[in-house]
Design a protein around this ligand. Structure first.
Ligand SMILES: [Zn+2]
Length: 355
């Protein structure tokens, strides 16, 4: 679809030919606004590209991603699992990456730059490499060593370790992109990624009717805000009769969003202390949008401990014969802490499986 960009901080507008994801006036985050209507968001195919006409207009490379399974839980009648671990780099990140890489190619960049806790860098490195462009990734020096190994195995990737957490890595990536002076494209948790990640919600709406709740692990809160945006679009098409309640889950010792939402305060930085590295983000960039998603859908926000996620990870592996990382099963651990009724239809997003 044709679109334009608008800064969520200062409201400056940009045409789709604007080749950055950050506002040039205030460095704010941009948002994609479509010129067309979401008339009938329905799969025309079985994978991610089934929804291409609802994505930002671009000549994409049609990598085989998305179309991930939704299975009924073996333990609870009202629980369904959305298996994002089935994506090529084993996390939902691929959905956003292919949009960003498509745009990088359109704008003729030869290098993409991102900050990551691991999964995003792996995904960006993978598709940059397949597209013949360099990926420079900033990643905390105490990130999961298995993930760093995975990323360093991708051709054409440079890893720049950062002393500090994801928020620090994000700052470094931004500074580096500035120094590159138009020669590198900053990707990561920005507007194009968010658009790609909406397809998870489109798929859910095609895979089941009347879902009542969706539980989403929250790191930088891009996925939760993407799902909310998609639900609102689906509501305008009458495909969703009512907005499913969105439930945010964070690790107990890295839960700035949960704290803010449950105390009706502003989001404040919290130094991440969790083994669930994929959601170890001390200040969610899309936090305000996530708060809006929770308020408007009458959702809720809960925390889970590392040991609850570890227990869940084992039981997920035993029950389904599948591998998920700690953040990947945070949604299932959260499910056990909330009282649902028998008639509810709850989706737990199993977000990643890089362990
Ligand atoms: Zn701005």
């Amino acid at each position: 679809m044709k679109y334009y960009l608008k800064c969520i901080c200062c409201s400056s507008e940009y045409a789709s030919s604007y080749n950055r994801q950050i506002c040039s006036k205030c460095n704010g985050i941009l948002e994609v606004f479509y010129e067309g209507k979401f008339s009938d968001v329905r799969a025309k195919g079985t994978d991610f590209w089934a929804y291409e006409k609802f994505l930002p207009k671009c000549q994409y490379v049609h990598f085989k991603i998305g179309g991930t399974g939704l299975i009924k839980s073996k333990e609870s009648n009202n629980l369904f699992l959305k298996l994002e671990t089935e994506n090529p780099t084993k996390s939902f990140k691929d959905r956003g990456t292919v949009i960003e890489i498509g745009k990088a190619l359109e704008y003729k960049y030869k290098e993409v730059v991102c900050a990551s806790t691991g999964n995003m860098a792996y995904s960006v490195a993978h598709y940059a490499s397949l597209s013949g462009i360099k990926a420079t990734v900033f990643i905390s020096d105490d990130a999961n060593p298995d993930k760093i190994k995975l990323i360093s195995g991708v051709e054409g990737t440079e890893i720049l370790p950062v002393k500090g957490d994801f928020v620090m890595a994000q700052q470094k990536a931004m500074e580096y992109t500035k120094r590159m002076n138009g020669e590198a494209f900053l990707v990561g948790d920005y507007c194009y990624r968010k658009e790609g990640q909406k397809t998870l919600a489109y798929e859910l709406a095609d895979q089941m009717q009347d879902m009542t709740h969706v539980i989403i692990p929250v790191g930088n809160a891009t996925l939760i805000s993407a799902v909310f945006k998609a639900f609102k679009e689906l509501q305008t098409t009458k495909k969703l009769k009512r907005l499913p309640k969105i439930i945010a889950v964070q690790a107990k010792d890295c839960s700035p969003l949960v704290k803010a939402f449950n105390s009706s305060q502003r989001i404040e930085y919290q130094m991440p202390k969790t083994k669930a590295d994929a959601i170890a983000v001390g200040f969610p960039g899309y936090g305000e949008q996530a708060m809006q998603a929770l308020r408007e859908t009458k959702g809720s926000a809960v925390t889970v401990t590392d040991s609850e996620m570890q227990k869940e990870q084992k039981s997920f592996n035993n029950t389904y014969g599948r591998v998920a990382e700690l953040a990947g099963v945070a949604s299932m651990a959260a499910y056990r802490k909330i009282k649902f009724s028998e008639s509810d239809k709850v989706v737990a997003v199993i977000s990643g499986g890089n362990v």
